[in-house]
Design a protein around this ligand. Structure first.
Ligand code: 3PG
Length: 307
């Protein structure tokens, strides 16, 4: 009997796990969970007899792939798959998938939770600023960027977007102003929300030269990946400009410097929180389970991210 292992260092909500179990067992497969592990070594041991893996930000590197002798498919229940060694998967003929869009709303809502917390001075009672009539620049107009735009309009913001992979018409159809040049987005918008994946092209691409273009009172919101930020450049800017703020849904490597020098100008979630809602756990977890069942039963490879 094929075995489906849910290997999540940061577990899904209990109800989501129960629903995943029902889908997997209902299709006639064995279901197991491996949660809250603390070392990569434990994960390597846990995957030994799994035919399918459901993961979140868990690191599926070449060692995990090598140890998973029976593995046929790994599904990242979420958007970003920079935590999977795709080349190692392809070499073994293992299909890697994500579940695009399934946790997008949760991430988009967190953008506004973080930005309001920051621009209202962490609710310390001092005078803050509002979002209404301000310009929001969405860097990366995928599933999350699209919902961020929708919510921003509810706040009365003027919304701009840059995404070289999305057709201008699709952006403009949402009532969002299309920017063809990244520099223009950063020059115009006081608020910038990042929604780009971490890959060889984007790593450290949010750098000093780009960030320094942002207008007075700027706030950068990062619910994407810490790797896309050039932290050295960001620290240089923070030193030069007292008006800049940064909200991030992950601790940057230089978090200690922020804590020491820039109190009140940043907020970092202690642990990645964007997709951590009951709804997102359910949507992404169930989608992952269904994709595995469809792959085993029908050979369906929709959402495959490696070739
Ligand atoms: C994603 O890429 O889907 C998000 O970063 C969520 O990650 P998580 O499942 O580890 O919370």
């Amino acid at each position: 009997m094929k075995k489906v292992l849910v290997a999540t260092e940061k577990p899904f909500a209990k109800a989501a796990v129960e629903s995943i179990k029902q889908i997997v067992e209902g299709a006639g497969y064995e279901f197991k969970t491996f949660e809250k592990y603390t070392t990569q070594e434990e994960l390597i041991q846990a995957v030994a007899d799994a035919n399918a893996l459901i993961i979140r930000s868990d690191i599926v590197d070449s060692k995990v792939i090598e140890a998973a002798k029976n593995l046929e498919i790994v599904v990242r229940a979420g958007a970003g798959y920079d935590n999977i060694d795709l080349a190692a998967c392809s070499k073994r003929g293992i299909v890697a998938m994500n579940t695009p869009g399934q946790n997008a709303n949760a991430v988009a809502e967190l953008v506004f939770g973080m930005v309001i917390y920051l621009i209202r001075n962490q609710f310390d009672g001092s005078t803050g600023v509002e979002l209404r009539n301000k310009k929001l620049g969405i860097h990366g107009y995928g599933y999350i960027g699209k919902i961020v735009a929708l919510i921003a309009k509810g706040f009365g913001m003027k919304v701009y977007a840059y995404d070289p992979f999305v057709d201008r018409v699709l952006i403009e159809n949402d009532g969002v102003k299309y920017e063809s040049k990244l520099e223009d987005l950063y020059t115009k918008c006081q608020y910038i929300s990042l929604h780009v994946p971490a890959n060889e092209k984007t790593k450290k691409s949010i750098n000093y030269d780009l960030l320094k273009l942002m207008p007075e009172g700027a706030c950068l919101i990062n619910t994407a990946r810490k790797e896309i930020i050039d932290e050295e450049g960001m620290l240089k800017l923070f030193e030069e400009r007292k008006d800049i703020k940064y909200a991030s849904d992950i601790q940057p490597d230089c978090a200690a410097v922020f804590a020491e020098k820039y109190k009140g100008r940043y907020y970092f979630t202690p642990k990645k929180t964007g997709a951590q809602t009951h709804e997102a756990n359910n949507n992404a977890g169930l989608a992952a389970a269904n994709q595995i069942v469809n792959f085993f039963k029908n050979g369906d490879k929709t959402f495959q991210v490696n070739k």
